[in-house]
Design a protein around this ligand. Structure first.
Ligand SMILES: [Zn+2]
Length: 284
């Protein structure tokens, strides 16, 4: 039995300032919450409304659950999948730091039986998979690779964020850092919201093409791309200092609306369960 192709829709639910590396060193939780200014809470209802009946995976940054316990509550109550996107958003490949993050988020991870993980900046280390397994996770979505590639690391499944297929049909293994070399080989990471920010509707064509091939593309959006945060003097300065991040500033609510009108979507966890159930039936 094969499963129906769909868009694996995920929202990496992180504070607006997670884009800017100079906030990584800000450690005081109150200062971090003040910097968010209530945006992570305010953005949620409009995003849930935008999704309507469609279900997505929300990979939540744990500090948001500390600031606003109603955020994970509302996500789950609306029928979406809740996953982990680390506790404090920054490049996170060091496993002892990741272990610390999982501990810091353990209360809501247990409360909501979280079993999916998306690494910040879609960057994961080899050793992280064992750590995820030890902490009750069943899958990760923390590398880039073509749609419907499903990898297994120990007992952890890896569901990549989608790229176009390269001219060379290589073999794929996790971890897998996205490099300029892959791009030169024609592998374009269209599942990244950065790409959606640059190409807009063209990404819908990549998605449609893969769906027609029977594949299930996996894409990422962020809360600040669906509800635009007010352009404070601070944010304006951050953007001027980081002009390469402008594609993240582009509002993608219209993109999401069109996507939902045209294509079926599902959370990653639901997709994985269906794939495994289908494999179980064919193996039996
Ligand atoms: Zn992120």
């Amino acid at each position: 039995m094969s499963i129906s192709p769909r868009v694996l829709l995920s929202i990496d639910y992180e504070p607006w300032f997670a884009l800017f590396r100079h906030y990584d060193s800000l450690t005081d939780p109150t200062q971090r919450r003040d910097l968010d200014g209530g945006f992570a809470l305010r953005a949620l209802d409009p995003i849930l409304n935008l999704l309507g009946d469609a279900k997505a995976s929300f990979y939540l940054v744990g500090e948001i659950a500390d600031w606003y316990p109603e955020v994970p509550q509302k996500i789950v109550a609306a029928g979406h999948e809740l996953g982990l996107h680390c506790h404090i958003h920054r490049p996170l490949k060091n496993t002892s730091e990741l272990a610390q993050d999982i501990r810091a988020s353990s209360h809501w991870l247990k409360q909501y039986h979280v079993h999916g993980y998306r690494a910040p900046m879609v960057g994961i280390s080899e050793a992280a998979y064992q750590l995820l397994e030890d902490n009750g996770f069943t899958y990760s979505s923390s590398i880039y690779a073509p749609a419907s590639i499903l990898l297994k690391k120990g007992n952890i499944w890896e569901i990549p964020v989608s790229t176009t297929r390269s001219r060379r049909n290589g073999s794929y293994a996790a971890p897998r850092d996205f490099s300029f070399k892959l791009l030169l080989n024609g592998e374009f990471p269209y599942g990244s919201s950065f790409s959606i920010g640059i190409l807009g509707g063209q990404v819908l064509k990549f998605i449609e093409r893969d769906l027609k091939r029977g594949l299930s593309p996996s894409i990422i959006l962020h809360p600040y791309e669906l509800v635009t945060p007010p352009l404070s003097a601070r944010l304006a300065r951050d953007l001027i200092l980081n002009p390469h991040l402008m594609p993240f500033r582009r509002n993608k609510a219209g993109f999401l609306k069109t996507l939902l009108e045209r294509f079926p979507v599902s959370p990653l966890g639901v997709y994985l369960d269906e794939v495994l159930a289908a494999q179980g039936q064919t193996n039996a």
